[in-house]
Design a protein. Sequence first.
Length: 276
Amino acid sequence: MNSGQVLVLGGPDSGKSTYLLQLYGRVFDGDGQMQLRGAVDSLVAIKDGLARLATGRPAAHTANGTETSLTLPLVENHTGREWDITVPDYAGEDLRRVGDSLRLPDRWRDLAATSDHWVVMVRLSLHPDMPDLVSRPVGELASASAERAAGADVQKLPIDMFLVELLQLLQHGRTQLEVTNDLRVTVALSCWDELGYPDDTMPSQVIRNQLALLDSYCTTTFGPRYRVLGLSAQGRALTEANPDVEFIDEGPSAMGWLVSEDGARDPDLTKLIAVE
């Protein structure tokens, strides 16, 4: 039986944790193309996060420095193919430090080598438009990210450059371990609902306009094994002060959607993982 390893990558507030919560909720309920095939090692963070979503509030941000890796064991309903979805170092700041330091810890190298599908989450609303790079210094761009709490880490490079360097670093880890299997890369433009694009906007158009360097690199390096999707794991913004009534009435499993490559919305969040 074929099996696959999916490595989910995303910086702070990229929507990685919320997607994982919603994915678990979907597969636990048997919705979509996949279902759980075994027990999850630690459900504490997932249960707490889903409980908050069920009350119409956002899931809590993962604490900086968290050293947890969470894996969901899944199986495709129609093909029987097994997938392990792994999110290393649950806090996105840890991923950012890997990229900024240009040093790949052994554990990250092993994860990069054993996975055959990388899902890279990018929340465009947290980053300045890349065309500004022509007229603004790199340091200014790096500090111009969307509002953050006082004392928060500042990413050293614009997100476009950072992600290319990170992918190159992870690929180098695979080369060190002499891995030769084909690698698929999916870029998920997360929190799509924040962007305000018209219906039927194709994610490929957006990434070409706003993350041209990343798109060019992935197109050249991975070819047909590269794709871009939009993701709104919640379907809308949630606030602590004003719980969302529809989330309470309908439940988190009724919320959230993908934007497929042709620009159509799809409520099946498992399709971000499955690759035909």
